[in-house]
Design a protein around this ligand. Structure first.
Ligand code: BES
Ligand code: ZN
Ligand code: ZN
Length: 487
């Protein structure tokens, strides 16, 4: 965990082992530095870097220039990536503490800049190496501190931004850890334990329902999907704050499939090898709950997670089975691999008891969304346009983009069954939308948004500098941004 401080001294006159300087494409370099390099070698294009040894021209021993692109185009995401590049370079150089600043002010508020930078510094240092052995001291080296330089006028806002960015960054890391943990370790029971521990450290009220309690209370969806596994299912309730005047209740719901083999409708091997990540929606809810508590938002936020393991066995549910869900509605199972919507049906129905202002649900729900959007956006499906617009704005602001799909009633016809209320697949056409309308059947009239993170929850290879291979923690930044503006 890195310490990040705000300083108001002169960056280039402050001695350090490494000074990182953000430089714009269309702004001149500081005079002391301009003479140290051939101008053509470094243009300031976004993400370009150049390491210099100034040899007394300025106070720092090393100078890392990071391109920020054109001044007018500067975005929080460029800054977030610059933070990640900075901490990664510091680690490579084995510098325990470094200084950082920009050649001129950003065209963004100091709070936004500092938050993005802090997120980048946290996330850029993230790696999941719990299972690696024989690591050298150079490999395990961690940067301890970053001192960020700004004007005294901006210092207070920058401190607030850093504090928020660190809280949010740690929420993302928590979510990544949960997703990266192997399926045998991150069982539904372990998810329940994680929730209890989160509740203790963040001050949440946490309830975990075990199999006997689920049976007693009629959680038919979760129980049925989980019945083929030796690892019993759980339903998790995490509550932050209390409802009250001016404090609306928001329910966050997550799919917590700790491993999705497909069940008897078994997945092919190459589609199964990342399926420990099928609890990415739940991980986002965990991370967001941690961040919301850390930020002390004036809201009532309820996190609900359905957790089960989808396995093929002699006790597994079958195609043709008919499930009675918590809502009383029945589902005809035609493919045991479309299990997410079944466990979510119980959680979404349960959410209604809080009389929420909004229900926002996240799940690694469909392969079809991978085809539609690829890794560059999360699919958004909403029954309420004001809610959808809030999430879209939060997506832009957090650089966790969402893209909205229609929810016309014609689509819902595709998941109606002859012999039950619903069937769990609607065919290949519009597969992500029919999954979304299926979920919406369980929320009553409450404003509802479903976020399909099947393509964004896992990174086969990182795209942004602050990403890492494996779980992305997607949803934490988005939800936190959404909730901060809701508050
Ligand atoms: N967990 C998968 C969806 C998924 C696919 C997540 C790829 C991440 C990457 C989900 O449970 C699933 O298997 N969905 C099926 C539904 C189909 C049978 C209607 C799918 O999308 O193929
Ligand atoms: Zn599945
Ligand atoms: Zn699944």
């Amino acid at each position: 965990m890195m310490e990040i401080t705000i300083k108001t001294d002169n960056l280039l006159q402050t001695p350090s082992d490494l000074c990182v300087l953000g430089v714009f494409e269309d702004a001149p370099l500081p005079a002391e530095i301009a003479g140290l390099l051939e101008p053509a070698d470094f243009t300031g294009k976004a993400k370009q870097t150049l390491l210099l040894y100034p040899r007394g021209a300025v106070a720092p021993r090393r100078l890392l220039l990071i391109g920020l692109g054109k001044h007018a185009d500067a975005s929080a995401d460029t800054i977030r990536q610059a933070g990640a590049l900075a901490v990664q370079q510091a680690r490579t150089l084995q510098v325990a503490a470094f200084t950082m600043g920009a050649s001129i002010d950003m065209p963004l508020t100091p709070e936004v800049v500092a938050q993005a930078l802090a997120e980048g510094l946290e996330l850029g240092a993230y790696r999941y190496w719990h299972y690696r052995t024989g690591l050298t001291a150079a490999q395990t080296f961690e940067v301890q501190r970053a001192d960020l330089f700004t004007s005294s006028a901006n210092a207070q806002a920058a401190r607030a931004g850093v504090a928020a960015g660190q809280i949010i960054g740690r929420g993302v890391e928590f979510a990544r850890d949960l997703v990266n943990s192997p399926g045998y370790a991150m069982t539904p029971a372990r998810m329940g334990d994680e929730a209890v521990e989160l509740g203790q450290r963040a001050g949440l009220k946490v309830t975990v329902l075990n199999k006997a309690q689920l049976t007693e209370q009629g959680f038919g969806g979760i129980l049925t999907v989980g019945q083929g596994s030796a690892n019993d299912p759980r339903f998790i309730v995490m509550e932050y704050g209390t409802a009250g005047a001016g404090k609306p209740t928001i329910c966050l719901v997550g799919k917590g499939l700790t491993f999705d083999s497909g069940g008897l409708s078994l997945k092919p091997a190459d589609a199964m090898d990342t399926m420990k990540s099928d609890m990415g929606g739940a991980a986002a809810v965990f991370g967001a709950m941690q961040a919301v508590a850390g930020l002390k938002l004036p809201l009532h936020v309820v996190g609900l997670v359905s957790s089960a393991e989808n396995m093929p066995s002699s006790t597994a549910y079958r195609p043709g089975d008919i499930i009675k869900t918590l809502s009383g509605k029945t589902i005809e199972v035609l493919n045991t691999d479309a299990e997410g919507r079944i466990i979510l049906a119980d959680a979404l129905f349960y959410a209604q008891r809080y009389n929420p202002a909004a229900i926002v649900e996240l799940s690694t729900l469909t392969g079809a969304i991978v085809i539609a959007l690829g890794p560059h956006a999360t699919g958004l499906f909403a029954t309420d346009q004001a809610l959808a617009d809030k999430l879209s704005r939060a997506g832009e602001a957090s650089s966790e983009r969402v893209w909205q799909f229609p929810m016309w009633p014609e689509y819902h016809e595709m998941v109606k069954s002859e012999i039950a209320d619903l069937k769990n697949i609607g065919g290949r056409p519009a597969g992500s939308i029919t999954a979304g309308t299926f979920l919406a059947a369980f929320v009553g009239d409450y404003p509802f948004a479903h976020l399909d993170i099947a393509a964004t929850g896992w990174a086969a290879s990182p795209i942004k500098a602050y990403e890492s291979q494996g779980g992305t923690g997607v949803g934490v930044r988005l939800l936190t941004e959404f909730l901060r503006h809701y508050a």
